[in-house]
Write a protein that binds this ligand. Structure first.
Ligand SMILES: O=P(O)(O)OC[C@H]1O[C@](O)(CO)[C@@H](O)[C@@H]1O
Length: 324
C-alpha cells in the first residue's frame, strides 16, 4: 500500500483575505476583493497533498462552533476528516493584500485557549485518534502554531508516539516551538523530523540570532542538520530557498511571478516537498517540486495545486547552486 499522509493541526484557522489597492495604516480602504476559506498550515498542506494525489487525513483540534467551514472544505477535496471537535470557535485570521506592492499583511488571532485539564483530555483523545489512523510508513506533518496553554511538550509527546508507531515526521511550526522541540528530542534520532521548512524569521527564532545574509542562513541551516534533521529547506520568499542535508548545502533562485497572495506559500512548499519525499524522490528534486508549488500557489486564492506534470515542468527550470 502506498504511504498515506496525516496533518496534525492543533491551532487551525479560517483565513479571511481582503485585497486593497494600496495599504496605508491609519486610513480607510475600499476592498477590491474578498475571500474566506478554511486555512492554517495543516489544512493548506492537506489540500496541497490531496491535489497531488496523496491520500491524506487531517487530525488535531477543531472548534465545533464553526467547524462547518472545514467540513465542507474536507468534503470538496477528499481529505479525511479526523479532527477532534473541541469547545469554542476556530480563530479567524485576517490577511490584507496590497495589490500595488504585491505584499500581504497578516493579523492572526491566538486561537482557542486550553487549561491544563482540557489540554490533558484533548491530548488523550488525539492520541486515540492518531493510534487508530496512523500505520507504519505513514507520514505525519505536525503543522502550525500552538494555541494558548499548549507548549512544545505536546509536540514532543506526539513526535515520540508517532515515531514509535512507525510514522515519518515533518514539522512546520514557529521557530521558538521548533527550537524547543529539537532540544527535547536531542538524543532520540528516531523521533526527529525528517524534514523541516522554516522561513527566515522562524530560522532566526530557532537559532536565536539574526540572519541578514544568505551565508548566515546557510550556516544556520547546517546547524539544524547537525542537530539531527536530515532535510532542511529555508524558504526566503522572492529570494528563493536554501537547502541543507548532511551531503551539502545549496541555494535555489525562484522565478518572479505575479502575486495574488503570499498566504500559504510556505505550506505549498511543505506539501510539494513532502509529496516528493513520499514518492521516493531525492531531496533536491522534491524540494524543487515544492518550490514550484509555492510559485503556483502565490498566483491564486486557494491552496489547491496543479497536476504533478505541470509542477515538474516548472521545477525543471529551478537550478541548485552548491554553497561554499
Ligand atoms: O499556524 P500559524 O503559524 O498561527 O499561522 C496560521 C496562518 O498561517 C497560514 O497557515 C499560512 O501559512 C494561514 O492559513 C493561517 O492563517
Amino acid at each position: 500500500m502506498s504511504p498515506r499522509a496525516c496533518t496534525v493541526s492543533l491551532n487551525p484557522a479560517i483565513d479571511r483575505t481582503l485585497w486593497v489597492d494600496r495599504l496605508a495604516p491609519g486610513h480607510t480602504h475600499l476592498a477590491t476583493g474578498e475571500h474566506r476559506q478554511a486555512g492554517g498550515k495543516g489544512f493548506n498542506v492537506a489540500a496541497g497533498l490531496a491535489s497531488l494525489g496523496v491520500p491524506v487525513a487531517m487530525c488535531g483540534w477543531l472548534g465545533r462552533e464553526n467547524a462547518g467551514v472545514f467540513e465542507a472544505a474536507f468534503q470538496a477535496r477528499g481529505i479525511a476528516d479526523a479532527m477532534d471537535r473541541v469547545s469554542g470557535h476556530v480563530r479567524e485570521n485576517l490577511q490584507l493584500t496590497d495589490t500595488a506592492r504585491q505584499q500581504t499583511t497578516s493579523v492572526d488571532l491566538p486561537g482557542i485557549a486550553f487549561d491544563p485539564a482540557t489540554l490533558a483530555a484533548a491530548e488523550q483523545q488525539l492520541d486515540r485518534t492518531l493510534a487508530a489512523r496512523v500505520a507504519p510508513g505513514d507520514w505525519c506533518l505536525l503543522t502550525g502554531s500552538l494555541p494558548p496553554g499548549v507548549d512544545a511538550g505536546t509536540l514532543e509527546r506526539l513526535s515520540r508516539s508517532l515515531s514509535a508507531a512507525g510514522a515519518r515526521l515533518v514539522v512546520d511550526t514557529g521557530g521558538e516551538a521548533l527550537a524547543d522541540l529539537l532540544r527535547r528530542l536531542a538524543g532520540t534520532p528516531r523521533a526527529m523530523p525528517v524534514f523541516v521548512k522554516p522561513n527566515r524569521d522562524e530560522l532566526e527564532a530557532l537559532c536565536g540570532r539574526s540572519l541578514p545574509t544568505v551565508p548566515d542562513v546557510v550556516a544556520a541551516a547546517r546547524g539544524v542538520v547537525a542537530q539531527g534533521v536530515p532535510h532542511v529547506l529555508v524558504s526566503l520568499g522572492a529570494d528563493g530557498a536554501v537547502l541543507a542535508t548532511a551531503a551539502g548545502t545549496w541555494t535555489c533562485a525562484v522565478p518572479a511571478v505575479p502575486i495574488c497572495t503570499t498566504v500559504g506559500a510556505g505550506d505549498a512548499v511543505v506539501a510539494g516537498t513532502t509529496a516528493g519525499l513520499m514518492a521516493g524522490l531525492p531531496f533536491d528534486a522534491a524540494a524543487r517540486r515544492g518550490l514550484a508549488c509555492a510559485a503556483w500557489r502565490i498566483q491564486r486564492r486557494t491552496p489547491d495545486l496543479p497536476p504533478r506534470d505541470t509542477l515538474d515542468a516548472d521545477a525543471a527550470a529551478y537550478r541548485l547552486i552548491p554553497s561554499p
